[in-house]
Design a protein around this ligand. Sequence first.
Ligand SMILES: NC(=O)C1=CN([C@@H]2O[C@H](COP(=O)(O)OP(=O)(O)OC[C@H]3O[C@@H](n4cnc5c(N)ncnc54)[C@H](OP(=O)(O)O)[C@@H]3O)[C@@H](O)[C@H]2O)[C@@H](O)CC1
Ligand SMILES: Nc1ncnc2c1ncn2[C@@H]1O[C@H](COP(=O)(O)OP(=O)(O)OP(=O)(O)O)[C@@H](O)[C@H]1O
Ligand SMILES: [Mg+2]
Length: 361
Amino acid sequence: MLVSSSSSAVLRRQLFLIRCLGGGVGQSHKKIRRVNCSSMVAMEADAEHVIRKITPLLDPIRHKGQAGKVAIIGGCREYTGAPYFAAISALKIGADLSHVFCTKDAAAVIKSYSPELIVHPVLEESYNIRDDEKESVSAKVLAEVVKWMERFDCLVVGPGLGRDPFLLDCVSSILRHARQSNVPMVIDGDGLFLVTNNLDLVSGYSLAVLTPNVNEYKRLIEKVLNCEVDNEDASLQLLSLARSIGGVTILRKGKSDLISDGEIVKSVSIFGSPRRCGGQGDILSGSVAVFSSWARLHVSSMKESADCNSQNPMVLGSVAGSALLRKAASLAFVNNKRATLTTDIIECLGASLESISPAES
Ligand SMILES: NC(=O)C1=CN([C@@H]2O[C@H](COP(=O)(O)OP(=O)(O)OC[C@H]3O[C@@H](n4cnc5c(N)ncnc54)[C@H](OP(=O)(O)O)[C@@H]3O)[C@@H](O)[C@H]2O)[C@@H](O)CC1
Ligand SMILES: Nc1ncnc2c1ncn2[C@@H]1O[C@H](COP(=O)(O)OP(=O)(O)OP(=O)(O)O)[C@@H](O)[C@H]1O
Ligand SMILES: [Mg+2]
């Protein structure tokens, strides 16, 4: 049978929808019609408005900790930069305390980058422990993190975590505990490798934000929707993905960042930087952690008002984090051109936030 290119495109789209919505042809008929009728173009978020709304005033009556306490779970023998970038970005944006839970090998290195960070050398990789020690070590790792857990406004899980199976098992227990305690979490880097293979860790948890880059997104789509990444219908596919994982927020990083919680899709396209040096995603994960903590406070104080476009604080935090990173990257590029590095972007976070939400106003 000959199929014209336009009808083959419709067919592909319908097959994609059937796969994405998770049913057979008969079951999905109504859903396909509904989704086909709505043209899915993500609305550009009014990110500066969101940042101004959620950023708290610097009020002398506030005590240390009220502007945010975040913890990064990451840092191993290979990667020490990524957890540092995420943790220091959180402080530069305005969090009061930033902790890093990493392996012993990584801890001394991360501490040496900055005295501002509180570094816990608690994670263990397989090479360092015998099989008969694993159970007790695993319990000890969990206990070390749990004693701090309820103090944190948000965890960032994954920057520079590595993929050691024992270490990832311990992190699974940490995620389960965080979820039971209603602690929000941003999952990035190797944390996404872990949850993509163990979706139950985040599925249905509305306080989780996933921040996949190109590769991480591809792995998620293949695992969850069992299809290829569709760049033509990117918004619709992202919406389906977020819905299929039970309403977690997903920030798909790329030329434009796309954000969905399975209900709405927003884009952040403001100009960033043409430099693609490693570590920019780590700044983003730390930023989203701080902004979503602030957004939760803002939303709970504004419960009755329809003040922000979306009231999901994890979406607001993602929009704000994405926009601030891109603005800082753009400023760093103006100053440094081809020499722009992640540390230069971090140095521009303060000025970029100041230009949107001045500290003294
Ligand atoms: N200083 C540090 O400590 C840093 C540590 N980090 C930590 O590293 C860990 C692994 O994270 P990751 O991002 O390197 O792994 P992943 O996503 O599998 O990419 C690997 C390869 O995929 C490719 N590729 C990438 N983008 C692409 C694109 N748009 N389109 C096409 N291909 C693309 C590219 O492959 P290549 O071009 O070299 O073939 C790339 O090298 C994780 O813990 C993370 O937090 C980082 O945060 C950086 C700073
Ligand atoms: N092609 C692009 N054009 C403009 N900005 C981009 C592009 N790709 C990514 N970005 C921006 O860079 C940020 C980091 O995205 P990236 O894809 O580099 O993450 P990552 O691979 O996880 O980074 P990391 O090296 O920290 O692991 C995103 O928020 C996005 O705004
Ligand atoms: Mg990354």
